[in-house]
Design a protein around this ligand. Sequence first.
Ligand code: PLP
Length: 393
Amino acid sequence: MTFDFDRVIDRRNTFSAKWDRMAQACGVDAPDGIPMWVADMDFAAPPAVTEILRAEVERATHGYYSTSAGWRQACAEWVARRHGWQIEPTWISPTPGIVSGIGLTMQALTEPGDEIVVFSPAYHAFRFIIEANERRIFNVPMTTEQGRYKMDLDLLARTLPERARMVLLCSPHNPGGRVWEASEISALADFCLANNLVLVSDEIHNDLVYPGATHVPTALAAPQIVDSLVTCVAATKTFNLAGAHVGALVTSNPELRKKIDARVNAAGLSSPNLFGMIATEAAWRGGEAWLDALLPYLDANRQHFDAQIARAVPGARSMPLQATYLAWVDFTGTGLAREDFMERITKRARIGISPGPQFGPGGENWVRFNFATQRYWLDEALSRLADAFSDLK
Ligand SMILES: Cc1ncc(COP(=O)(O)O)c(C=O)c1O
């Protein structure tokens, strides 16, 4: 089966946050704005998803969802097949997305005022959900090696606050697209064990990895930590179903699971959203050919974007991504002040982006661009950037 990722789909006025909230979120109010911010893709979902949703819509009886047994089985089969990770379906709890799942995990396993470790720059919703739950963000700025991020465990060891209770690992990392080596994950796990820290491993980007890198689930890289490990996986990032808002929390430790499920129940979330559950199950079961076709398309976009941004904006440089469709671009080399390059991107080029400071310390001079769009939009964006920075040549 072939999939047409070049087909432009007009998403304006379709309740798409990416397109329809660009003015509020990114300050781009031009009618021809191009959204390259929030992490969803402009591609149609796998046909298996459309089919199951179409059947549901045509039946038109949208009552409560019956059982997540099949969904949990599909999730377990997916991670076994794609990542060699064998899990029991009973280890999985569905939540309304990963960010809410992390919030519920935090509520279950930590107290207000506790410190939650993140390696910054870190996915901005980690920051938001920690603070919204009245916990404290403990930033551990990453170093770089050969242009890519490294976790600084020495710094963490020197500075770990007394009330640290949990580490939030993003694996692969957003932003920066780092795929961690098993040895790096294992060293972090050893540190967590030695310091009584729960490790939460957000692996939502696990399927979006480029040739040359292999994602190793934390549970496999560091089996020593499994009793203090909660792993987050989802079909939503992989298959472009972010609006379905369904995530999976996985832990083999029944005590942790009991505490997390108690929070899920306390929030009245034990009956999942039927549309999200059937869509994500269909994606895991029937979306693999679509994903295998998508990855080379994203890889070509990544290479094209990285090569062209360096030409369009002299001095700008993308971090070499191993995973995710989120280019992380350093503007330091342009010599421009932040306000200046931001004005050029959002006002002159009319492109909605995620500003680096959202991701915390280390993100100041950076900008995140989502390139999971048709080549048509990517080329239009690159050509506008070339115009907006043409005086630097
Ligand atoms: C690392 C990471 N975790 C979680 C999410 C969002 O998950 P959800 O929409 O299921 O809350 C994203 C979305 O970009 C992400 O990058």
